[in-house]
Design a protein around this ligand. Sequence first.
Ligand SMILES: NC(=O)c1ccc[n+]([C@@H]2O[C@H](COP(=O)([O-])OP(=O)(O)OC[C@H]3O[C@@H](n4cnc5c(N)ncnc54)[C@H](OP(=O)(O)O)[C@@H]3O)[C@@H](O)[C@H]2O)c1
Length: 288
Amino acid sequence: MAAILITGAHGQLGNELKVVSKNFYGYDYIFTDIDTLDLTNPKQTEDFIKRNRPDWIINCAAYNLVDKAESEPEAAMLVNGTAVKNIADVIKGSECRFIHISSDYVYDGLSNVPYNENSVPNPVSAYGRSKLAGEKYALLHHGSMIIRTSWLYSSFGNNFVKTILSHAREKESLKVVYDQVGTPTYAADLAGAIMKIVSGVIRNQFALNAGIYNYSNEGVCSWYDFAEEIIHLAGLACQVNPVLSKEYQTAAKRPAFSVMDKNKIKDNYGIQIPNWRTSLAKCMKLLK
Ligand SMILES: NC(=O)c1ccc[n+]([C@@H]2O[C@H](COP(=O)([O-])OP(=O)(O)OC[C@H]3O[C@@H](n4cnc5c(N)ncnc54)[C@H](OP(=O)(O)O)[C@@H]3O)[C@@H](O)[C@H]2O)c1
Protein backbone atom coordinates (compact mmCIF):
# COMPACT_ATOMS: atom_id res chain seq x y z
CA MET A 1 0.00 0.00 0.00
CA ALA A 2 1.50 3.35 -1.02
CA ALA A 3 2.29 5.63 1.92
CA ILE A 4 1.55 9.33 1.40
CA LEU A 5 3.00 11.86 3.84
CA ILE A 6 1.20 15.21 3.91
CA THR A 7 3.02 17.95 5.81
CA GLY A 8 1.49 21.23 6.96
CA ALA A 9 -1.79 19.31 7.24
CA HIS A 10 -3.46 21.78 9.64
CA GLY A 11 -3.45 24.46 6.92
CA GLN A 12 -5.94 25.21 4.17
CA LEU A 13 -4.59 22.83 1.54
CA GLY A 14 -3.66 20.17 4.09
CA ASN A 15 -7.20 20.13 5.45
CA GLU A 16 -8.66 19.93 1.94
CA LEU A 17 -6.35 16.97 1.25
CA LYS A 18 -7.74 15.29 4.36
CA VAL A 19 -11.26 15.70 2.93
CA VAL A 20 -10.36 14.62 -0.62
CA SER A 21 -8.26 11.65 0.56
CA LYS A 22 -11.49 9.96 1.68
CA ASN A 23 -12.36 9.54 -2.03
CA PHE A 24 -8.94 8.05 -2.79
CA TYR A 25 -8.84 5.00 -0.53
CA GLY A 26 -6.33 2.17 -0.45
CA TYR A 27 -3.43 4.43 0.51
CA ASP A 28 -1.75 4.88 3.85
CA TYR A 29 -2.02 8.60 4.66
CA ILE A 30 0.24 10.23 7.24
CA PHE A 31 -0.86 13.77 8.09
CA THR A 32 1.59 15.91 10.03
CA ASP A 33 2.05 19.55 11.01
CA ILE A 34 4.58 21.44 13.09
CA ASP A 35 3.33 19.77 16.29
CA THR A 36 4.25 16.30 14.98
CA LEU A 37 6.94 17.08 12.40
CA ASP A 38 8.79 20.39 12.43
CA LEU A 39 10.37 20.48 8.99
CA THR A 40 12.83 23.18 9.99
CA ASN A 41 14.49 20.58 12.24
CA PRO A 42 16.73 18.51 9.93
CA LYS A 43 17.26 15.65 12.38
CA GLN A 44 13.54 15.32 13.16
CA THR A 45 12.74 15.46 9.43
CA GLU A 46 15.31 12.79 8.60
CA ASP A 47 14.22 10.49 11.44
CA PHE A 48 10.53 10.85 10.58
CA ILE A 49 10.96 10.17 6.87
CA LYS A 50 13.33 7.25 7.42
CA ARG A 51 11.01 5.71 10.01
CA ASN A 52 7.81 6.08 7.93
CA ARG A 53 9.36 5.53 4.48
CA PRO A 54 6.69 7.42 2.48
CA ASP A 55 6.34 6.72 -1.25
CA TRP A 56 5.01 10.25 -1.68
CA ILE A 57 5.50 13.50 0.21
CA ILE A 58 3.09 16.37 -0.40
CA ASN A 59 4.49 19.45 1.29
CA CYS A 60 1.76 21.94 2.23
CA ALA A 61 3.77 23.49 5.08
CA ALA A 62 4.65 27.13 4.60
CA TYR A 63 5.24 30.55 6.08
CA ASN A 64 2.53 32.59 4.34
CA LEU A 65 2.66 35.96 6.09
CA VAL A 66 3.54 37.95 2.99
CA ASP A 67 3.82 41.36 4.67
CA LYS A 68 5.50 40.15 7.88
CA ALA A 69 8.13 38.36 5.77
CA GLU A 70 9.54 41.79 4.80
CA SER A 71 10.60 42.40 8.42
CA GLU A 72 11.55 38.78 9.19
CA PRO A 73 12.84 37.33 5.91
CA GLU A 74 14.90 34.70 7.79
CA ALA A 75 11.75 33.21 9.34
CA ALA A 76 10.12 32.96 5.91
CA MET A 77 13.27 31.47 4.39
CA LEU A 78 13.54 28.89 7.18
CA VAL A 79 10.10 27.36 6.48
CA ASN A 80 9.76 28.07 2.75
CA GLY A 81 13.38 27.36 1.84
CA THR A 82 15.50 25.51 4.41
CA ALA A 83 12.72 23.11 5.46
CA VAL A 84 12.29 22.07 1.80
CA LYS A 85 16.03 21.41 1.62
CA ASN A 86 15.71 19.27 4.75
CA ILE A 87 13.14 17.08 2.95
CA ALA A 88 15.10 16.98 -0.33
CA ASP A 89 18.31 16.03 1.51
CA VAL A 90 16.64 12.93 2.97
CA ILE A 91 14.90 11.69 -0.19
CA LYS A 92 17.55 12.70 -2.76
CA GLY A 93 18.30 9.74 -5.04
CA SER A 94 15.41 7.67 -3.65
CA GLU A 95 12.19 6.64 -5.42
CA CYS A 96 10.08 8.85 -3.15
CA ARG A 97 7.93 11.30 -5.16
CA PHE A 98 7.80 14.83 -3.86
CA ILE A 99 5.03 17.34 -4.58
CA HIS A 100 5.96 20.76 -3.28
CA ILE A 101 3.61 23.76 -3.39
CA SER A 102 4.90 27.13 -4.51
CA SER A 103 3.39 30.48 -5.37
CA ASP A 104 2.54 32.92 -8.16
CA TYR A 105 4.56 35.42 -6.11
CA VAL A 106 7.74 34.04 -7.69
CA TYR A 107 6.68 36.03 -10.78
CA ASP A 108 7.37 39.76 -11.00
CA GLY A 109 3.97 40.81 -12.29
CA LEU A 110 5.36 42.83 -15.22
CA SER A 111 3.89 40.57 -17.89
CA ASN A 112 0.58 41.24 -19.56
CA VAL A 113 0.13 37.68 -20.82
CA PRO A 114 -0.28 34.64 -18.53
CA TYR A 115 2.95 33.33 -17.02
CA ASN A 116 3.93 29.82 -18.02
CA GLU A 117 6.44 27.55 -16.33
CA ASN A 118 9.24 28.76 -18.64
CA SER A 119 8.75 32.39 -17.64
CA VAL A 120 11.79 33.57 -15.71
CA PRO A 121 10.88 34.01 -12.02
CA ASN A 122 11.76 37.34 -10.49
CA PRO A 123 10.08 37.73 -7.09
CA VAL A 124 9.43 41.24 -5.81
CA SER A 125 8.99 40.31 -2.12
CA ALA A 126 10.83 38.44 0.65
CA TYR A 127 8.01 35.87 0.65
CA GLY A 128 8.39 35.34 -3.11
CA ARG A 129 12.16 34.96 -2.76
CA SER A 130 11.71 32.36 -0.01
CA LYS A 131 9.23 30.40 -2.16
CA LEU A 132 11.64 30.49 -5.10
CA ALA A 133 14.42 29.18 -2.84
CA GLY A 134 12.12 26.32 -1.81
CA GLU A 135 11.55 25.41 -5.47
CA LYS A 136 15.28 25.23 -6.10
CA TYR A 137 15.77 22.96 -3.08
CA ALA A 138 12.86 20.71 -4.10
CA LEU A 139 14.40 20.31 -7.54
CA LEU A 140 17.58 18.88 -5.98
CA HIS A 141 15.57 15.62 -5.92
CA HIS A 142 14.91 14.08 -9.33
CA GLY A 143 11.31 13.05 -8.50
CA SER A 144 9.99 16.48 -7.52
CA MET A 145 6.92 18.17 -8.90
CA ILE A 146 6.41 21.81 -8.00
CA ILE A 147 2.93 23.28 -8.24
CA ARG A 148 2.72 27.06 -8.24
CA THR A 149 -0.67 28.23 -7.06
CA SER A 150 -2.25 31.62 -6.38
CA TRP A 151 -4.72 33.40 -4.09
CA LEU A 152 -5.57 30.23 -2.18
CA TYR A 153 -8.75 30.07 -0.09
CA SER A 154 -10.80 27.38 1.61
CA SER A 155 -13.52 26.90 4.20
CA PHE A 156 -10.58 25.95 6.47
CA GLY A 157 -8.15 28.49 7.89
CA ASN A 158 -7.89 32.22 7.35
CA ASN A 159 -7.96 33.76 3.93
CA PHE A 160 -9.19 36.69 1.80
CA VAL A 161 -12.72 35.27 1.49
CA LYS A 162 -13.19 35.11 5.25
CA THR A 163 -11.57 38.51 5.81
CA ILE A 164 -13.88 40.18 3.27
CA LEU A 165 -16.94 38.44 4.74
CA SER A 166 -16.14 39.56 8.26
CA HIS A 167 -15.43 43.18 7.21
CA ALA A 168 -18.50 43.27 4.97
CA ARG A 169 -20.73 42.18 7.86
CA GLU A 170 -19.44 45.07 10.00
CA LYS A 171 -18.92 47.92 7.55
CA GLU A 172 -20.98 49.78 4.96
CA SER A 173 -18.10 50.04 2.51
CA LEU A 174 -14.69 48.56 1.81
CA LYS A 175 -11.70 49.60 -0.27
CA VAL A 176 -10.08 46.85 -2.31
CA VAL A 177 -7.27 47.11 -4.86
CA TYR A 178 -8.18 46.75 -8.52
CA ASP A 179 -4.73 47.03 -10.10
CA GLN A 180 -3.53 43.58 -8.96
CA VAL A 181 -4.88 40.95 -11.29
CA GLY A 182 -4.64 37.18 -10.93
CA THR A 183 -6.80 34.13 -10.28
CA PRO A 184 -8.17 32.74 -7.02
CA THR A 185 -7.68 29.05 -6.26
CA TYR A 186 -10.10 27.00 -4.22
CA ALA A 187 -7.83 24.73 -2.18
CA ALA A 188 -10.38 21.90 -2.52
CA ASP A 189 -9.88 21.96 -6.31
CA LEU A 190 -6.10 21.94 -5.94
CA ALA A 191 -6.31 19.05 -3.46
CA GLY A 192 -8.46 17.12 -5.94
CA ALA A 193 -5.97 17.77 -8.75
CA ILE A 194 -3.06 16.63 -6.58
CA MET A 195 -4.79 13.39 -5.64
CA LYS A 196 -5.78 12.76 -9.26
CA ILE A 197 -2.09 13.02 -10.20
CA VAL A 198 -0.90 10.87 -7.28
CA SER A 199 -3.48 8.10 -7.85
CA GLY A 200 -2.99 8.22 -11.63
CA VAL A 201 0.75 7.71 -11.26
CA ILE A 202 0.31 4.92 -8.70
CA ARG A 203 -2.15 3.16 -11.06
CA ASN A 204 0.23 3.68 -14.03
CA GLN A 205 -2.28 5.85 -15.90
CA PHE A 206 0.52 8.29 -16.59
CA ALA A 207 4.08 8.93 -15.48
CA LEU A 208 5.03 11.66 -13.06
CA ASN A 209 6.92 14.22 -15.10
CA ALA A 210 9.04 16.05 -12.60
CA GLY A 211 9.33 19.83 -12.87
CA ILE A 212 7.26 22.96 -12.41
CA TYR A 213 3.51 23.28 -13.02
CA ASN A 214 1.05 26.14 -12.59
CA TYR A 215 -2.35 25.58 -11.02
CA SER A 216 -5.12 28.06 -10.17
CA ASN A 217 -8.80 28.14 -11.04
CA GLU A 218 -9.72 29.33 -14.54
CA GLY A 219 -10.49 32.96 -15.30
CA VAL A 220 -9.02 36.29 -14.34
CA CYS A 221 -9.99 38.95 -11.81
CA SER A 222 -8.67 41.71 -9.59
CA TRP A 223 -8.89 41.54 -5.79
CA TYR A 224 -11.71 44.09 -6.19
CA ASP A 225 -13.68 41.74 -8.49
CA PHE A 226 -13.01 38.87 -6.08
CA ALA A 227 -14.33 40.88 -3.12
CA GLU A 228 -17.40 42.00 -5.09
CA GLU A 229 -18.27 38.39 -5.94
CA ILE A 230 -17.81 37.24 -2.32
CA ILE A 231 -20.14 39.96 -1.07
CA HIS A 232 -22.65 39.32 -3.85
CA LEU A 233 -22.75 35.57 -3.11
CA ALA A 234 -23.12 36.26 0.61
CA GLY A 235 -26.07 38.54 -0.09
CA LEU A 236 -24.47 41.39 1.86
CA ALA A 237 -25.08 45.07 1.15
CA CYS A 238 -21.52 46.34 1.71
CA GLN A 239 -20.25 48.64 -1.04
CA VAL A 240 -16.83 47.74 -2.52
CA ASN A 241 -14.78 50.70 -3.72
CA PRO A 242 -11.83 50.12 -6.05
CA VAL A 243 -8.49 51.64 -5.00
CA LEU A 244 -5.02 51.63 -6.50
CA SER A 245 -2.24 49.70 -4.74
CA LYS A 246 -0.42 52.97 -4.15
CA GLU A 247 -3.43 54.17 -2.11
CA TYR A 248 -3.40 50.96 -0.04
CA GLN A 249 0.15 50.64 1.24
CA THR A 250 1.37 47.23 2.40
CA ALA A 251 4.82 46.20 3.64
CA ALA A 252 5.32 43.76 0.77
CA LYS A 253 5.11 44.61 -2.90
CA ARG A 254 2.83 42.23 -4.81
CA PRO A 255 2.87 41.37 -8.51
CA ALA A 256 0.42 43.54 -10.45
CA PHE A 257 -0.34 40.64 -12.77
CA SER A 258 0.04 36.98 -11.82
CA VAL A 259 -2.35 35.14 -14.10
CA MET A 260 -0.88 31.71 -14.85
CA ASP A 261 -1.05 29.52 -17.94
CA LYS A 262 -2.20 26.07 -16.77
CA ASN A 263 -1.93 24.13 -20.03
CA LYS A 264 1.02 22.04 -18.84
CA ILE A 265 -0.79 20.47 -15.87
CA LYS A 266 -4.02 20.08 -17.89
CA ASP A 267 -2.27 18.40 -20.83
CA ASN A 268 0.04 16.14 -18.79
CA TYR A 269 -2.52 14.84 -16.32
CA GLY A 270 -5.94 15.44 -17.88
CA ILE A 271 -6.87 17.89 -15.13
CA GLN A 272 -10.10 19.84 -15.66
CA ILE A 273 -10.09 23.15 -13.83
CA PRO A 274 -13.30 24.93 -12.78
CA ASN A 275 -13.80 28.66 -13.24
CA TRP A 276 -13.03 30.68 -10.10
CA ARG A 277 -16.63 31.93 -9.78
CA THR A 278 -18.04 28.38 -9.80
CA SER A 279 -15.60 27.24 -7.13
CA LEU A 280 -16.08 30.33 -4.99
CA ALA A 281 -19.83 29.63 -4.96
CA LYS A 282 -19.14 26.08 -3.72
CA CYS A 283 -16.91 27.30 -0.91
CA MET A 284 -19.40 30.03 0.05
CA LYS A 285 -22.12 27.40 0.46
CA LEU A 286 -19.94 25.65 3.03
CA LEU A 287 -19.30 28.93 4.82
CA LYS A 288 -23.00 29.84 5.12
N1 LIG B 1 -2.42 31.03 1.12
C1 LIG B 1 -2.23 31.55 -0.11
O1 LIG B 1 -2.87 32.52 -0.54
C2 LIG B 1 -1.21 30.92 -1.00
C3 LIG B 1 -0.98 31.50 -2.27
C4 LIG B 1 -0.04 30.89 -3.10
C5 LIG B 1 0.65 29.77 -2.70
N2 LIG B 1 0.41 29.25 -1.47
C6 LIG B 1 1.15 28.06 -1.05
O2 LIG B 1 0.25 26.96 -0.96
C7 LIG B 1 0.70 26.06 0.06
C8 LIG B 1 -0.44 25.78 1.02
O3 LIG B 1 -0.81 27.02 1.60
P1 LIG B 1 -1.91 27.12 2.74
O4 LIG B 1 -2.64 28.39 2.54
O5 LIG B 1 -2.65 25.84 2.85
O6 LIG B 1 -0.98 27.30 4.01
P2 LIG B 1 -1.41 27.46 5.54
O7 LIG B 1 -2.88 27.40 5.66
O8 LIG B 1 -0.67 28.64 6.07
O9 LIG B 1 -0.81 26.12 6.17
C9 LIG B 1 0.55 25.92 6.30
C10 LIG B 1 0.75 24.99 7.47
O10 LIG B 1 2.15 24.75 7.61
C11 LIG B 1 2.42 24.77 8.99
N3 LIG B 1 3.84 24.99 9.27
C12 LIG B 1 4.49 26.16 9.47
N4 LIG B 1 5.76 25.94 9.79
C13 LIG B 1 5.94 24.59 9.79
C14 LIG B 1 7.05 23.75 10.06
N5 LIG B 1 8.22 24.26 10.44
N6 LIG B 1 6.90 22.42 9.98
C15 LIG B 1 5.70 21.90 9.65
N7 LIG B 1 4.60 22.64 9.39
C16 LIG B 1 4.72 23.98 9.46
C17 LIG B 1 1.56 25.90 9.49
O11 LIG B 1 1.46 25.87 10.90
P3 LIG B 1 1.23 27.30 11.66
O12 LIG B 1 -0.10 27.80 11.17
O13 LIG B 1 1.26 26.90 13.09
O14 LIG B 1 2.35 28.20 11.24
C18 LIG B 1 0.26 25.59 8.79
O15 LIG B 1 -0.53 24.64 9.50
C19 LIG B 1 1.92 26.73 0.70
O16 LIG B 1 3.09 26.25 0.09
C20 LIG B 1 1.76 28.18 0.33
O17 LIG B 1 2.97 28.90 0.31
C21 LIG B 1 -0.51 29.79 -0.60
